[in-house]
Each structure stands twice: as C-alpha cells, then as structure tokens.
Design a protein around this ligand. Structure first.
Ligand SMILES: O=C(O)CCC(=O)C(=O)O
Ligand SMILES: [Fe+2]
Length: 334
C-alpha cells in the first residue's frame, strides 16, 4: 500500500464517528402529541419489535430466493434466516445490486396488506396508511474494498422530494449488527428543516460532509426483524458499509397518513415539457409543468426541456406532488 493510500485508510477510520443507541418510541404509541413532538425534536421514531415476525419472514423470502438464485448464499432449506444469511463467496459479477428482480415483483404490496402490518400503521397514524410506491430493496453483500469508507453518503431525503411530506420507513428484515452496518442517523437535526447539502454545479445537491454534523449526534442500534425506523425527511442519515461475512437485508419505503396531503400516483397517459396526464383508480388527472417544477430522474437530477419526455414516458408509473393543477414534483418510483 502506498503512503498516500495508507493515509487515506487512516483518515477514513478516524473520521468514523462514535455512535450512540437510537431512542425507542414504543411508549409514545397512542399519544399523538408526544409522537409529533418527538418527530420534530428527535427527527425519527424507532419502534422495537412491533411488526409481525411471520409477515416480515414472508417478505424476507423474496430476498432469500433472489440470493439463492444468484448462488451467493448456500441453500437455506428449513434453517432460520432472521439472523441473516452468510455470503458464500460466490461471484458478484452479475449480482443485481439494485435488486431489480425483487422490485419487479413488488413484494411490498402484499406485505403492507398483511393484517397485523396494516393494523400497526393504522394504530400509529390513527388513520389508514398511504404507501408511496418509492421502495428500495437492499441485499448488501460484504464490502469488497475495505479501504473504502464505511459511510455510503450522508444525505437528507427532503431536498430530493420537496412537497411530498412522507415519512421514510426503513425496515430491517433480519438482524443488522454493528458489523453488518445498516442505517446511521443524526438525532435532533430535523426541526429547522435546513438542508445541509452543499450545492454543486447545475444546482444539484452534493453529499453532506461528515463535519457538517456535530459528532455526538450519530445514532444506530442492532436492528432486528420486527423493528421499524420512521425518519423525518430532514434527518441526515447514511447507510453503513457491511464489514461482516453476511448479507444486509432491508427495505426502505415511504409512508404517510391517508389524511395528509398525499401525492398522486398513476400511469402516464400523456406528457410534454408543460403538462402531464396520469391515470389511476380515481380517474384521469391533468397537471401543468413549469420551469420551477422539480421533474427528476432516479438519482434526483432535475430534468429540463426534452430530457423530461426522454425519461418520463407514456405507460410508466409516476408520483406527483401538486398545488391546485400545478405539478410541483414529478418523480419515478425508484
Ligand atoms: O438503507 C440504506 O442504506 C439507506 C436508506 C435510506 O437512505 C433511506 O431509506 O432513505
Ligand atoms: Fe435516505
């Protein structure tokens, strides 16, 4: 290793902050005022052991099936997978890192319809949940290059979805300990709704530098199947690289109460630089697009002019935040 490289490793190791345990908010369920206050002050709700484990196991099976199909885990047979599964060293050359094969099956639809899962969120919101179809399926193998930082990219979701007041809903599907990594968040940074993202060329958001966050704010825990973490859009957070010999299995979803200002979700019937028409179960909706509309792609870049119709095509699913008949955000599910 060159001197430069060893210095970089040294630096990455030193830069990793000390973390403290997440709070649990289980005792606040049914106390809406206290929940709302914690949402602002802490910037998250962490509920330990509240999701039906059999339902979580059925969801997890989609991940297990996909890992077996890729021959990166040994066949699990009838053994338990709630502590995750070991990577068998198989080639990751064709591994679908964004889990498109799972995404195509939309296993979240069946999961959120499971009675105990729906009952939990209905009790939490005192309203039906509205599931925004923005879902990431993660089966993260052990980090191959361990000279790299453990911090994926510190970000807030708010600046990437302005005007859609959803809650991030991050669900561990099997145990995620300190080595496996999982999610690390900064507590108490959401109340002011400040973006900590530096602007980079083109007006996009660069990753938040570690030193923008006070070092004593970082929180994580050993997550278990059955836990759920709901996160305020303004809470800085990052995934942590997996330094174990196992897979990290998790799903991140977005949820809100039906009574909140939910976005429109539907299939594009017509689109131009200045308008979009979508259809969903409620019928047809026509909205105007103007230069201020944040029409974005999968990685959060703002699209302008013909890039809008190059990316958002007739027949594809779209999520639209709106004011009256004007679209404020147009985004894909991923
Ligand atoms: O799970 C991760 O690594 C990151 C999740 C995330 O950024 C989110 O759910 O908003
Ligand atoms: Fe995020």
């Amino acid at each position: 290793m060159s001197d430069m490289a060893s210095q970089a490793v040294q630096h990455a190791a030193e830069a990793f902050p000390q973390t403290q345990e997440l709070k649990t908010h289980n005792h606040l369920i049914d106390d809406k005022a206290a929940l709302d206050a914690a949402w602002e002050q802490d910037g998250y709700w962490f509920f330990r052991d509240v999701l039906d484990k059999a339902a979580v196991a059925r969801l997890r099976q989609s991940w297990i099936d996909e890992l077996e199909r890729n021959r990166v885990i040994d066949p699990v047979g009838s053994s338990a997978t709630d502590k995750s599964v070991a990577y068998n060293g198989g080639s990751l050359e064709t591994f679908p890192f964004r889990m498109e094969p799972i995404a195509a099956k939309r296993p979240w639809v069946q999961f959120v319809a499971e009675q105990p899962i729906n009952a939990f969120f209905t009790r939490l919101f005192k309203d039906d949940p509205f599931w925004v179809p923005v879902v990431e399926y993660r089966a993260t193998p052990p980090q191959q290059d361990r000279t790299k930082s453990r911090i994926d990219a510190i970000h807030q979701d708010g600046p990437f979805s302005p005007g859609i007041p959803f809650r991030i809903c991050w669900i561990p599907l099997a145990e995620i300990d300190a080595d496996i990594g999982g999610l690390m968040l900064a507590e108490g940074m959401a109340a002011d709704r400040v973006s900590y993202h530096p602007k980079v060329e083109g007006g996009s958001n660069g990753a938040i530098p570690l030193d923008a966050i006070p070092a004593d704010r970082w929180r994580r825990t050993t997550y278990q199947a059955g836990d759920v973490l709901l996160m305020n859009l303004w809470t800085p957070h990052t995934g942590l690289a997996n330094r174990s010999d196992r897979f990290r299995l998790s799903m991140d979803h977005r949820v809100m109460a039906k009574g909140d200002k939910c976005p429109l979700v539907g299939i594009i019937e017509d689109i131009s630089e200045s308008h979009v028409v979508i259809r969903n179960a409620q019928g047809e909706h026509r909205l105007t697009i103007d230069p201020e509309t944040y029409v974005r792609n999968t990685v959060g870049q703002k699209l302008n002019g013909t890039a809008i119709t190059d990316f958002h095509t007739i027949g594809s699913e779209v999520i639209i935040a709106y004011d009256g008949d004007r679209a404020s955000v147009v985004r894909p599910p991923h």
